[in-house]
Design a protein around this ligand. Sequence first.
Ligand code: XUL
Ligand code: CO
Length: 448
Amino acid sequence: MSKSPFIGDTEFFPGIGAIPFEGPGSDNPLAFKAYDAGRVVGGKTMAEHLRFAVCYWHTFHFTGLDPFGPGTRHYAWNDGADPMDAARRRLDAAFEFFTKLGVPYWCFHDVDLAPEGGSLAEYEANLAAMVALAGERQSETGMKLLWGTSNLFSNPRFMNGGATNPDFEVVAVAGAHVKAALDATVALGGENYVFWGGREGYASLWNTDTKRELEHMATFLRQARDYGRSIGFEGTFLIEPKPMEPMHHQYDFDAQTVTGFLRHHGLAGDFKLNIEANHATLSGHTFAHDLRMSADAGLLGSIDANRGNAQNGWDTDQFPTDMNDCVQAMIVVLEAGGLGSGGLNFDAKLRRESTDPEDLFIAHIGGMDAFARGLLIADRVVNHPRYRNLKKDRYASFDAGAGAAFERGELGLAALRDHAAAATEPGRISGKQELVENLINDLMFAEL
Ligand code: XUL
Ligand code: CO
């Protein structure tokens, strides 16, 4: 592993070194207070549990543009007229950032890494050149790729969708881009491949054949799976649900919708879910709800860690700092047996008003500490007898006798009727919600 404090010729984050773990007593904003990569929790290190990733798009492209004004941050790697030159400088800045922060993984879209250029051939050549360079940077630093993806939503040609575009010519370009992004992901040893269907949905039912578009989506995903497997991709394909924005309605609405779709089309297993906190809340659920539904289906693949703003209705992609969210999320992850080949990718961006170079570090440190604390607290919760027994005891009537026979599907309505007729009126059994809520607060604020 390279010992140099930065990669390439230029240091893009001067004055900031490797972020140390200083523990809860520290008030250094550029140190971890809770994330101690090697600390063992429940038999695995924090690094093994959390598998943090930095995303390329928000971190190295997004300078603060919003619908009311341009970006507010100056990123030196964007300087210069030649887009491939900027791409190479951005890559060096990214690997400097990853290694100083001390995350093991990164994630990218094809067009984050390399400019698209003016033709399909140029797009493929630019991407291949940047992938070769990224491969070198990975071997120099030990960084790994959590997932790759193709951006089928920014280029105006994709305004009506990629895989579900009503024009076959656009579907063909989408296929070419997914092929190139899969090639890139395999070349970089990516452990997963993500589909976020930003424009796979509709703006109006008046002009959309939803039945046909959903069939096209399934066919496209099947072809992507088959191509990926044919070039040696052994990782997990991930669908990232989101209900809306940019479209009025997106087909991958939420975890349960995607689970039903994958099962209906025989794709579950090859495909799992990448749950993003702010997408779950946009669909009217909590982050933990969509994680729980995915885990229950055996399809929890990975997480895009961020948070929304409870007072508005769009995707704000803020860094995750809400401890209730992080604790609940990590409880689901621990109960699911971990994230497998997935990880915690910070699909989060700085606020437009955060303009200091150190803010990128501070934001990620806060997110990593929040999930590290979440892990420590969740580990206590799932091992606490009062928590463990609550659900077990609540369903104990199905463990034996008639309840177990019902679960096996052996009791019809007539048999249920006879059982009820022979029994007395059921008693009221408290749900104990407040008891468990209090327990979680007690465990949250006990010493870590
Ligand atoms: C958009 C979003 C994407 C996906 C990858 O809301 O979350 O960045 O994670 O395309
Ligand atoms: Co995301």
